[in-house]
Write a protein that binds this ligand. Structure first.
Ligand code: UD1
Ligand code: CA
Length: 459
């Protein structure tokens, strides 16, 4: 945390090329709205009350989304350029000295490490401003860096204004800068509208600072992806791929095996313990935390799942907001949701749904069941096709099943109902009254066999 640092995040732009009713910076890459990645990097660097987000298009929605971070906001109702955006933020900046970093809300891949590198370079050279740049094979569309023989930047020229000679420059302006804050605020009003577009270009600050005898330096980053600005949904998908690649790389280096890593989707804050295996096409999202030696089967989708060690999820499980204890086996094709809890060593098989249900240690529900609003103790066997009828059309009701109970196949448990410890429910029963512990309940009509009966036609 750098205490003399203020950060302005420019996020007022319309994002026309997204062709979207949603503000551009709220489109998601890497599991988060793009502007949120930028705010998170900023929060890692400076106190929230020294971070100002400049909003404009969709300001209400953008500000509402970012409110929990505690940053300040400045409204730029008319987008009159990057220099103008900074002028709008000026009133909100309480500390006019120290350092000021400018970030873009549509440039989410920039890492906090690179911002740190920018600050180091800036302070070590004593420059008035330092610009993050990179070399591009195709620099079309970007502002070009014009450097003198000593590596000082004397101007940034925009694509539209560049001479054919200047267009050949491959070092481009990322739009991310560190300024000596007092110099910036002193000279910012000197930016004049661009003669062609009428906008106020922040890039003009470079020449202004030079005119006043100050040096401007650059920090060239090796990986152009870091400064990928998002303008279209194609670039959004590219950014997403970069986030996913970074995450799987981090996990693999931490000891997680990831099969076909280019096919999996793992969100930024997900944690997975060593010697776990993630199979191809798995998605692990939100704040999921998995222990060590787990396996996430191919095609499984997890969101906000807490799993202990040695949990085995077979392919195609869809699980959200659940807790799974050590050694549990789930799937394939299982659906767990709304605070379902699977206790130690329990087994859930194919086509089983658990909603707001706890399945006790060592209990099994191996095939075709719906268990909702239920509390199932340990070592219970839930037969194939068991349904808890938890909803009477108005309210939800609970099913409680005691330890060691055996629920036969195709049982219908009409809640509220309780099956006692060690009780048996005969296959095919409709259970409407509680079954005392240790008893057998048969809730079906007795089979009748009619030996002499034949269809009329046959007689
Ligand atoms: C800008 C730079 C260019 C650089 C490029 C890198 C200028 C004049 N040019 O060009 O040198 O290579 O970024 O991507 O600065 N924004 C506002 N308010 C405004 C205008 C822009 O908040 O009035 C925000 C946008 O939402 C966006 C960022 O600033 O996040 C950059 O604006 P954009 O219009 O995309 O700048 P470029 O033309 O790409
Ligand atoms: Ca841009």
């Amino acid at each position: 945390m750098q205490t003399d640092l203020s950060i302005v995040i420019l996020a007022a732009g319309m994002g026309t090329r997204m062709k979207s009713a949603r503000p551009k910076v709220l489109h998601e890459a890497g599991g988060l709205p793009i502007v949120e990645h930028v705010v998170q990097s900023a929060i890692a660097m400076a106190p929230a009350d020294r971070i100002i987000v400049v909003t404009g298009h969709g300001a209400d929605t953008v500000e509402a989304r970012l409110a929990p971070y505690g940053t300040g906001f400045a409204r730029q109702t008319e987008q009159k350029g990057t220099g103008h955006a900074l002028m709008v933020a000026a009133d909100q900046i309480t500390h006019r000295d120290g350092l000021l970093v400018v970030l873009y809300g549509d440039c989410p891949l920039l890492s906090a490490d690179t911002i740190r590198g920018l600050l180091e370079r800036h302070t070590s050279t004593g420059a008035a401003a330092t610009v993050i740049t990179t070399l591009l094979d195709d620099p079309t569309g970007y502002g070009r860096m014009l450097l003198d023989d000593d590596g000082n930047c004397f101007a940034i020229v925009e694509q539209k204004a560049a001479t054919p000679e200047q267009l050949k420059v491959r070092e481009i302006n990322s739009g991310i800068y560190c300024f000596d804050a007092s110099l910036l605020w002193r000279h910012l009003p000197e930016i004049v509208p661009n003669p062609v577009s009428g906008e106020l270009y922040l890039t003009d600050m470079i020449e202004i600072l030079r005119r006043h005898g100050h040096a401007v330096k650059t920090l060239r980053v090796a990986d152009p992806a870091e400064i990928l600005g998002i303008n279209t949904r194609v670039e959004l998908a590219q950014a997403d791929r970069h986030f996913r690649d970074r995450k799987v790389r981090q996990l693999m280096l931490e000891g997680v095996t990831i099969e076909r890593p280019e096919t999996v989707t793992i969100d930024k804050f997900v944690e997975i313990g060593p010697d776990s295996v993630v199979e191809a096409f798995a998605q692990i999202r939100g704040m999921s935390r998995l222990g060590s030696e787990c396996r996430v089967g191919s095609g499984s989708i997890l969101r906000d799942v807490i799993a202990a060690d040695a949990v085995e999820l077979h392919p195609y499980c869809v699980i959200s907001d659940c807790t799974i204890e050590t050694g549990a086996h789930i799937g394939p094709f299982a659906r767990l949701r709304m605070n379902a809890t699977v206790k130690e060593g329990a087994h859930i098989g194919n086509f089983v749904e658990l909603k707001k249900t706890q399945l006790g240690a060592g209990s099994k529900a191996m095939h075709l069941a719906y268990l909702g609003d239920s509390e199932i103790a340990e070592e219970v066997n839930i037969g194939a096709g068991t349904i808890t009828c938890n909803y009477d059309g108005r309210k939800k009701h609970a099913t409680v099943i005691g330890a060691g109970a055996f629920v036969g196949s195709n049982s219908t448990l009409v809640a509220p109902v309780e099956i006692g410890e060690g009780a048996y429910v005969a296959a095919g029963s409709v259970i409407t009254e509680s079954v005392p512990k240790g008893t057998l309940a048969l809730g079906r009509s007795r089979q009748v066999v009619k030996p002499d009966w034949q269809p009329k036609a046959k007689k």
